[in-house]
Design a protein around this ligand. Structure first.
Ligand code: GDD
Ligand code: MG
Length: 334
């Protein structure tokens, strides 16, 4: 079975980390997010993934030069201009000549969902489209469904105003589609699958849900990207558990690392304290600096203190500086 994976967004919420690297190539537990996703799809029976790209395809091609990620074949569909989720699925599926039941996944979702079970549910209902659903406390930042009898989705609302959510069950970003879904999406136009296609499918009674309590996180926001990393330190997640400190990192014996991930080639000087944070590959933290609840790609100077902040690859926190709830360099609102 084939899958289309959406990786063409700009990763705006993770700037400046995504200034030079697309969101799905950012590491989660020392491995690119996309690699974890593709491996999971592979375990669920997917043999080929079409990466739907619109933005910076080069890093993906460089990371997977032989067109494979583990046992899964990788191909690329590069949109001439961003077509939004629905337009991108249509474009990628057409480029790849998909003509049977297929899987679709948002590129920033980390979950333990069994994809084979999602496919089985889809066939059992003879659905046109089946969505993985998960329950969350605050559904308004997501696509929210109303679920009727027999797992039929009776309403789909993308990012409803707080208080207007039909339930707390949200679209978890992994789908199974019949090719007929593509006929509902116009060619080469910007179309949101969530705002246009899902409501139509729900109205037609052809949209089903598969709710699970599996581990699930959308790593597209700083706090959640950090959580997706730190969750892998939990030894109970035996299948995905990762080491805190990469073997290629250089952490001084007189540094303190607490509930943090230290990425490949990162350097931590004596007396530095790293707490609840992720140092991305190549990050540098100077002596006696403190990094708390932060994501660092660049350099934190000696004796500097950063808290709840992001430092991009070009970011330099000067010696002794104090940075709280900010980004370095600053990111203009967009
Ligand atoms: N190729 C391509 N082209 N991909 C795109 C485009 C585009 O124009 N726009 C967005 N994407 C990709 C993003 O890279 C991401 O992998 C995926 O589509 C979803 O976009 P996000 O920007 O991450 O959306 P979201 O997190 O706000 O909401 C989506 O995910 C939620 C679950 O995490 C929606 O699908 C919600 O309904 C859902 O609840
Ligand atoms: Mg997202």
């Amino acid at each position: 079975m084939r899958a289309v994976v959406l990786v063409g967004g700009f990763g705006t919420r993770l700037r400046p980390l995504t200034n030079h690297i697309p969101k799905p190539m950012l590491p989660i537990g020392h491995r690119p997010m996309i690699e974890r996703l593709v491996n999971r799809l592979g375990r669920g029976g997917v043999t080929e993934v079409v990466l739907a790209l619109g933005f910076k395809p080069e890093p993906f091609i460089a990371a997977f030069p032989n067109g494979r990620c583990g046992d899964v074949k990788l191909t690329y569909a590069v949109e001439p201009a961003p077509l939004d989720t629905g337009g991108a699925i249509k474009f990628a599926a057409s480029e790849a000549g998909i003509d049977g039941t297929f899987v679709v996944a948002n590129g920033d979702v980390l979950t333990d969902l069994d994809v084979a079970e999602l496919v089985a549910t889809h066939h059992r209902h003879k659905a046109e489209a089946t969505l993985h659903l998960t329950g969350v406390d605050d559904p308004s930042a997501f696509g929210v469904v109303a679920l009727g009898d027999g797992d039929r989705i009776t309403d789909f609302v993308e990012k409803p105003a707080p208080g207007d959510e039909p339930s707390n069950l949200i679209n978890a970003g992994t789908y199974v589609f019949e090719p007929s879904v593509l006929d509902r999406i116009p060619d080469n136009e910007r179309v949101s699958i969530e705002r246009s296609t899902f409501p139509l499918l729900a109205e037609a009674g052809r949209l089903y849900g598969h709710a699970t309590k599996d581990y699930w996180i959308d790593a597209g926001r700083p706090d959640l990207y950090r959580a997706a990393n730190l969750d892998l330190l939990d030894e109970e997640r035996i299948n995905v558990h990762c080491e805190a400190v990469s073997r290629t990192a250089n952490v001084d014996a007189a540094a303190m690392i607490l509930n943090s991930i230290i990425g490949d080639g990162a350097v931590v000087a004596p007396g530095a304290r790293i707490v609840d944070s992720v140092l991305l590959p190549g990050a540098q933290v100077g002596s006696a600096a403190t990094v708390e609840a932060s994501l660092v790609m660049g350099r934190v100077g000696e004796g500097a203190r950063i808290d709840a902040s992001m430092v991009g690859v070009d970011g330099i926190v000067p010696d002794g500086a104090v940075v709280t709830a900010s980004t370095v360099p600053e990111v203009s609102a967009s």
